[in-house]
Design a protein around this ligand. Structure first.
Ligand SMILES: Cc1cc2nc3c(=O)[nH]c(=O)nc-3n(C[C@H](O)[C@H](O)[C@H](O)COP(=O)(O)OP(=O)(O)OC[C@H]3O[C@@H](n4cnc5c(N)ncnc54)[C@H](O)[C@@H]3O)c2cc1C
Length: 406
């Protein structure tokens, strides 16, 4: 598509921009931080929609997020084997999964040096917990996400990153005269074009497009669509993670309980029904992960299709997707599936360059966080997305800075 030459240049772009970062979730903020710290000292600007904490990064209802951090060679090996084993029926690439394993620890150290609060044991060291789909306790827990956001904003300010809020990105603009960019729109200033030598796309995932979702504020959910229009090769886009939530409390509810031994559901035509022995046999495997798994997963050395529990619940949903369940002596509750996060996005390489469907780089564009895929496939290890925001955010920022300097 031709550029819209009728639009004015972003009038607050009073200095040229070397690296433009789009989005201020954990991925975008990490990318801006790393770009601004690069030895070439690029001029970095970050454009985003909401003024405060935004996106899924700061949205979890208990204000905590898990981050996979393998610490030993054995743990890194396990991490890669688990991530690739889980990836089917989607696609994951060993080099990207290995980068995640190798660099997560260094990115955690950066967060610790910044003062980001982590759940700690009595010895003062970060506690590591077991996360979804993994039998191993490797995930640290980021607590007080609002504080983490404030620390990241202060870091960007120290590094002279110019942050512009209230700006909605509407389109990504391919290279012209060695500059790439984006069309943006703001309530006060209308539409404009902003250009830079390199762009990092960190606009998050498509979960907000689902009617029921638990993604954070400030994300219209169009990042994937804009990357596809730019010409990016998109992978794993069929795989959105869904969780069961109680509609009143909005708390997670495990299908291992909702379709477990003590559960009864009320069918839409008013009959009570209990799960069959076949469904109940899936409960132990289903307990190991909150999101429904796509395809078979391995549990205790055997292959299981434990999404059978989710399917059984879903088969008894009313036409609004709501299931009435009673567990033991608890009152009847209403539960439904909510979209949480996407595991797909633009294919990137080990430098976080956006690749086209033939695996050639789309000049000037980098992606990270929920906009990028390939380090996980259809399923991902719990805590691996936060690790991906930090590892690939850092790589994207550094690569974009190098590109801008070159
Ligand atoms: C409730 C919940 C719990 C989770 N728990 C975990 C966990 O424990 N561990 C884990 O690894 N993962 C977890 N995830 C997933 C993970 O948190 C997210 O995938 C990750 O934080 C996404 O980071 P991001 O920077 O890519 O995108 P986001 O954090 O979504 O940020 C996107 C940014 O882009 C901005 N933006 C979007 N579109 C536009 C636009 N058009 N114009 C301008 N700005 C725009 C948004 O305002 C936001 O600033 C969870 C997700 C949710 C919703």
């Amino acid at each position: 598509m031709p550029h819209n030459t009728a639009l004015p240049t972003f009038d607050r772009q009073n200095h040229p921009i070397d690296v433009l970062v789009l989005g201020s979730g954990l991925g975008g903020m990490r990318a801006a931080w790393s770009a601004a710290q690069a030895s070439s000292r690029p001029r970095v600007a970050l454009l985003t929609l909401a003024p405060g904490p935004s996106g899924s990064s700061f949205a979890n209802y208990n204000r905590q997020l898990g981050m996979q951090v393998p610490l030993t060679d054995q743990e890194r090996e396990d991490f890669v084997a688990e991530a690739l084993g889980l990836a089917r029926p989607g696609t994951a690439f060993p080099d990207l999964a290995s980068l995640l394993a190798e660099q997560a620890e260094a990115r955690l150290r950066d967060l610790q040096a910044l003062g980001a609060p982590l759940l700690q044991g009595e010895d003062g060291l970060p506690l590591r917990r077991q996360a979804c789909f993994s039998p191993h306790a490797r995930a640290v827990i980021l607590t007080d996400l609002a504080r983490t956001h404030a620390l990241l904003r202060a870091k960007l300010q120290d590094l002279n990153v110019r942050v512009f809020t209230g700006q909605q990105v509407t389109r990504l603009l391919p290279a012209r005269n060695n500059l790439v960019g984006a069309e943006i729109h703001s309530k006060n200033d209308g539409s404009a074009v902003v250009r830079a030598r390199a762009v990092v796309v960190a606009l998050g995932g498509p979960a907000p497009l689902a009617e029921r979702n638990i993604a954070g504020p400030g994300n219209p959910g169009q990042g994937w669509e804009m990357l596809a229009s730019l010409g990016a090769g998109m992978e794993n886009t069929d795989y959105l993670q869904y969780l069961w939530l109680n509609l009143d409390s909005l708390e997670f509810r495990s299908p291992a309980i909702l379709a477990g031994a003590d559960a009864v559901i009320l069918t839409p035509d008013g009959r009570e029904a209990a799960p069959s022995a076949k469904v109940l046999a899936l409960a132990d495997a289903r307990r190991t992960h909150c999101p429904a798994a796509w395809g078979p997963i391995s549990f205790q050395g055997k292959t299981t299709h434990d999404y059978g529990m989710d399917q059984w619940l879903q088969a008894h949903a009313n036409d609004q997707g709501v299931v009435r369940v009673k567990v033991g002596k608890a009152p009847w509750e209403h539960v439904a599936l909510f979209a949480q996060a996407g595991n797909g996005g633009a294919r990137i390489d080990a430098c976080a360059r956006v690749l086209d469907p033939d695996s050639a780089p789309v000049p000037g564009f980098y992606a990270c966080g929920e906009c990028a895929t390939g380090m996980h496939g259809a399923n991902r290890l719990g805590g691996a997305m936060v690790a991906a925001t930090q590892v690939f955010g850092h790589i994207a920022g550094q690569s974009a800075a190098r590109d801008a300097a070159g």
